[in-house]
Design a protein around this ligand. Structure first.
Ligand code: SAH
Length: 338
């Protein structure tokens, strides 16, 4: 039995069943949240308890199976092995405002976006909340740098795993543990409408990013099958409601694909779609994926696209491409190792 896989209540009950006082759980949770998984290091636990734990449970962690470090900017990409042998990816990035970890929420993904490497093998399974926390802890330890921002933009669709993702956000926020502020977390979704509504109620302080990648329903449903189930018009309505209810800005992610969605006409339609909304557009020249055969837009096309939005008063940035000398698009390291 892996004691890290229990939530705090369950762990408390387990300790009580071993004849221990409930407050021992807090001590254990603090050790786990520091990434300590050797019982010998848990020095404030009495010897008898450490003995009992050794006999009755494990502290198994995710294991780093491969790592790539960008010589250009220090971006580090990790391939992690889960206890059942499946693998996921995480990325450590340095930004002006601090160190960020990009975390996975599923093994593979069911959403089937045409430009995404994680979609290629479909969804294998959801990650458990504890696996997401461990992903954070293991990568932070290896990077030897404090991480103060997480983005759920790795493999998987967070809102297709809402219950475990919610539990993870609460656990990493827990002041007894990592204590990460909700404002320093970002969840990215391809647009599962009911969950966007729920998220606005459950986590109004966590940043929300929406993957848009098109300015019309027809274009979007070709690129993102999820748009057939959750049409764009309704998505935009829910986004406006979200910003009004929470007072929080939404980030719209828009991957620029050379010759497909990057001409000024698309930019004008996008500006029209977002007019008056509390939002920000993040333009990301597509990371090329070998199997897919689409190219990211050139710098000049990206700049022209951004200018059209700017001229219409839509806040926009072109994301700096980090780790371009390593396989940085989600899912590529995993595919290269399978
Ligand atoms: N499923 C979630 C989060 C994971 S992907 C979502 O769809 O938002 C994080 C972001 O990377 C999304 O905006 C996704 O569309 C984008 N993305 C996927 N493949 C990409 C690629 N090859 N190049 C650039 N961005 C990509």
């Amino acid at each position: 039995m892996n004691i890290k896989a229990l939530n705090r209540e369950e762990r408390k009950a387990f300790l009580v069943s071993l004849g221990e006082p409930a407050y021992r759980e807090k001590q254990l949770f603090q050790w786990i949240s520091r990434g300590v998984d050797r019982i010998e290091e848990m020095t404030d636990l009495p010897g008898a308890l450490r003995e009992k734990l050794r006999d009755s449970c494990s502290f198994e962690s995710l294991v780093i199976a491969a790592e790539q470090i960008s010589s250009a900017d220090g971006t580090r990409k990790f391939l992690l092995t889960l206890p059942d042998g499946n693998t996921i990816e995480s990325v450590f990035m340095k930004y002006e405002y601090g160190n960020t970890l990009c975390l996975s929420t599923q093994v593979g993904c069911a959403m089937g976006c045409s430009f995404c490497a994680s979609a290629i093998g479909g969804k294998v399974r959801n990650l458990k909340a504890w696996e997401m926390l461990d992903q954070f802890l293991v990568c932070q330890k290896r990077a030897e740098a404090p991480v103060n921002h997480i983005v759920l933009m790795g493999m998987g669709e967070p809102f297709d795993n809402y219950a475990e993702v919610s539990q993870f956000l609460r656990t990493i926020h827990d002041p007894d543990g990592v204590g990460l502020s909700y404002r320093n977390m970002t969840v990215s979704t391809c647009g599962l409408i009911p969950k966007i509504r729920q998220f606005g109620i459950d986590f109004p302080q966590v940043n929300l990013a929406i993957s848009l990648h098109a300015s019309s329903q027809r274009e979007r449903e070709q690129r993102m099958p999820v748009a057939k189930a959750w049409p764009m018009q309704e998505l935009m309505k829910v986004c406006r409601e979200y910003t009004e209810q929470t007072g929080r800005r939404i980030t719209f992610e828009y991957a620029l694909i050379e010759g497909k969605n990057d001409d000024p006409g698309e930019a004008r339609r996008l500006a029209e779609l977002l007019r008056g909304m509390l939002c920000h557009v993040n333009l990301i020249p597509l990371n090329p994926v070998a199997e897919i055969g689409m190219q990211g837009s050139s710098r000049s096309r990206a700049a022209r696209f951004a200018r059209v939005l700017e001229d219409r008063g839509i806040p926009v940035s072109i994301r700096r491409q980090l780790g371009s000398d390593i396989a940085a698009a989600c899912g590529q390291l995993r595919r290269n190792n399978s």
